[in-house]
Design a binder for this molecule. Sequence first.
Ligand SMILES: [Zn+2]
Length: 313
Amino acid sequence: MSFRLFDAPLREPSQFVGFAGNQIDRQSENRADDAVEKALADQTARLMLMHGGRLYLKLDDGKFDPWFKADKSQAFEVSLDHGVLLGFSDSGPVLAVPAGIEPEKLPETIKAIDYRSVYMQGLIDEAAAGALAQGAALLAWHASHAFCSKCGNRSEMRAGGYRRHCPACGTDHFPRTDPVAIMLTVTREKCLLGRGKHFAPGMYSALAGFIEPGETIEAAVRRETLEEAGIRLGRVVYHASQPWPFPYSLMIGCFGEPLNEDIQADLNELEDCRWFFRDEVRTMLDRQHAGGLITPPKGAIAHHLIRAWVDSE
Ligand SMILES: [Zn+2]
């Protein structure tokens, strides 16, 4: 069961996934406590405005523009004190700021669109989508970590938004990234795909699950595949990763080689799980499956795992 994927990789596979095009220079070594204040005073600063999982976009001549100037953003009831400095682009500082105005009160020319639709519909360029992933994750973390988890007192944002400090007990808290393993079990001939209960009609995808404390990526891949499908894995190899701001995950995509074939699907987690032969999967990727089955869209890391395997021979 030899499976060779890495014969001639021209680019890192991670560069092809959605949310991966972030070009911001983070300058993480230079994050002072007044970094946000200084950045907002810079006339060249560009802001992304976010509210309840939605990104505000200017609609201009059929095109969406996610960038606002600080002085023009007041109309959206922005909370500049809760803004985070993402870093610097060629044109100046880049920030993400929570906006207070309700979407239904926005003018005609501004749309509030949920992050998933922004990415699925390709409404903004890859660099902006990367900035969205960074800003959305940071703002979501601050929104749910206002209080110190050690002593319960209110904590304060520091370091441009990359730390929270508790003045009562002195503890520093740092933004979290939650690792999720997503894995495609493959042989030369077939791969294992499952259908979650909440999936779009006809969609099958790679299995996935959170990596737990004390686990290697490979151990998590083997555990999740065994729990969800009853398939034991031998070799596991890493393929690509994807920032996933729902709310602050990192998807870690792997391939696994099965040691058994008989599937025992966990029907609490999955509606269906089965083997698919390569030709059928190709029709699913190309949206030409006779039964209307599909794989996840191009921005999803699952799409790239599946595509890489289909194209590997
Ligand atoms: Zn504390």
